[in-house]
Design a binder for this molecule. Structure first.
Ligand code: F6P
Length: 513
């Protein structure tokens, strides 16, 4: 007798594979059935996102199968554990409390998160009020989750106005830091050192070099210009940061889920506290929806159904995300860490191998640029790539409305073309001009791209990633896969060890062997 998870998968896999065209023909209410809005706020603070999966191959029967799978995989219990602060990250023996930063979680954790955010607010306001002298620039040093969220949010939300000019530096390659130095005046620059552990070699090396740069350029007390953002405040103090400028966050907030904590300091400093809070509020609206909605009506879960369908049933190895919005240029980078570091794993929580493929490779870019670069493969290549389009109804610019109109029409045209296919030749017969069509896409259409919407989009993807993990039986909150390479780099640095012949030869050629 097969277990309930296998039974559910069998029923999903047994469903007839209809074309998108046939699905639209047979169900006139398909768009309404597969589209849903999430809304938040009132009046000036209101907003919303429409999620449309009608151009995917999901059908009511396939969704029934996935609901069965979600039940069999214990989705509701896992969600309850996540949102109540239970130790869901079993391999590391701790909770995953990023939602507590937004007000959902164990009471004590929500309280602690609020107190820590209040402390951050005080420092942000003090800096705005001149407590640290004139501050024009912030060099934010961090890597992975300690950089990708801040870089995305600062880039997305400060196009019109920024209170402080922020440069996010992650790479150990000195070129990155030098570029930030070139853009900043040392006398008016603060350094944020963002590291959950406060031990990451790239971040610590960059932090030392940034302090040296300040000192070499006439700043009397370089250490006094540093703000530490960390879950390891003792290490920050040991590094030399005064306690008043250490902004701690909870150990239970994972690196790639930490934008909502003090890791978001550069966002608050650049946009102001109200904007940072609006971002949290947008995320909270998604948390509420995720907590209170069941089955296919739960949109992050429904997105995971589509992800699982394309990866496991249709064999898609990648999924692509194209924001038709310049402000979301860094969104694919952010999603790559969120999805690939969380779900790029091969064993389940219980240690047994995952049956079937796990996280697809997330990639993407910005429309319309990407149309002129990579869409060729999407339309005519041999890979089937499910695509997510993200766009905003309200424009982000004040130029001739033609700009935004053309942006949006292109976005919608791509989804339509991927689905419809056809032949561009006059006689309709040229194979080189043939488009197979039946290629899936989903669209997220935002009312506007403000701080709340950005928070909502990010939180939506956090929960989508979690839902995928539950359906696969994976723990999305550890990242042991990055450790072996780190250890080998340390071993090489330490010297005295022999490596494989290729590595040894490369080291020698680079003068490091
Ligand atoms: O190496 C992976 C990782 O641990 C990520 O998960 C994390 O976001 C990044 O490194 C940075 O870690 P930290 O914030 O501790 O410097």
């Amino acid at each position: 007798m097969s277990d309930p998870v296998t039974t559910a998968w069998k029923s999903i896999e047994a469903e007839e594979k209809q074309t998108l065209e046939a699905l639209f023909d047979e169900d006139k209410a398909r768009v309404e059935r597969l589209s849903q809005r999430i809304e938040w706020g009132e009046g000036e603070t209101s907003g919303g996102i429409l999620f449309d999966w009608s151009k995917t191959h999901l059908t009511p029967a396939i969704l029934d199968g996935f609901e069965e799978l979600a039940d069999a995989a214990g989705f509701a219990a896992a969600r309850e554990k996540l949102l109540s602060g239970a130790k869901i990250n079993v391999t590391e023996g701790r909770a995953a409390e990023h939602t507590a930063q937004r007000g959902t979680g164990a009471d004590a954790s929500v309280e602690e998160a609020q107190a820590l955010l209040a402390r951050m607010n005080m420092l942000v306001e003090a800096i705005h009020d001149g407590a640290l002298g004139k501050v024009k620039h912030l060099i934010h040093i961090g890597i992975g989750g300690s950089a990708l969220g801040p870089a995305l949010a600062v880039d997305a939300l400060t196009r019109d106005l920024t209170l402080v000019d922020v440069h996010v530096v992650s790479n150990i390659d000195g070129v990155a830091l030098e570029q930030a130095f070139a853009a900043c005046d040392p006398a008016t620059t603060l350094i944020a050192v963002a590291s959950k552990t406060f031990t990451t070699i790239e971040t610590m090396t960059n932090a030392h070099s940034a302090l040296k740069w300040l000192g070499d350029n006439g700043v009397d007390d370089p250490g006094g210009r540093v703000i530490a953002l960390t879950a390891n405040p003792e290490k920050a103090v040991e590094f030399g940061v005064d306690e008043t400028r250490v902004l701690p966050f909870m150990e239970t907030v994972g690196g790639r889920y930490s934008l909502w904590s003090s890791i978001g300091f550069p966002v608050a400093l650049a946009t102001g506290w109200d904007e940072f809070e609006a971002m949290l509020a947008g995320a909270q609206a998604i948390d509420r929806h995720f907590a209170e909605t069941d089955g296919r009506a739960n949109l992050p879960l429904r997105a995971a159904f589509a992800d699982q369908y394309y990866t496991r049933v249709r064999g898609c190895q990648t999924r692509a995300v194209f924001a038709y919005d310049e402000r979301l240029g860094l969104f694919p980078d952010y999603l790559q860490q969120l999805e690939m570091e969380s779900n790029g794993k091969r064993v389940q929580v219980n240690g047994s191998p995952v049956e079937g493929p796990t996280a697809p490779i997330t990639w993407g870019g910005v429309g319309t640029d990407a149309q002129h670069a990579v869409f060729q493969l999407l339309h005519q290549g041999t890979h089937l790539v499910p695509v997510d389009f993200i766009a905003s109804i309200a424009p982000g610019d004040e130029l001739d409305p033609a700009h935004h109109r053309i942006l949006l029409t292109n976005c919608f045209a791509q989804g339509a073309a991927l689905m419809a296919g056809g032949n561009m030749a006059a006689d309709g017969k040229d194979p080189a001009r043939a488009f197979p069509g039946d290629r899936p896409s989903a669209t997220m259409l935002c009312d506007d791209l403000d701080a709340a919407t950005l928070g909502a989009l990010i939180a939506f993807h956090e929960h989508r990633t979690f839902a995928n993990a539950v359906l696969m039986g994976i723990n999305p909150f550890d990242q042991f896969g990055v450790e072996l390479g780190k250890k080998m780099a340390k071993d090489i640095e330490g010297g005295g060890e022999e490596f494989d012949a290729s590595t040894q030869s490369l080291l020698e050629r680079a003068g490091l062997g």
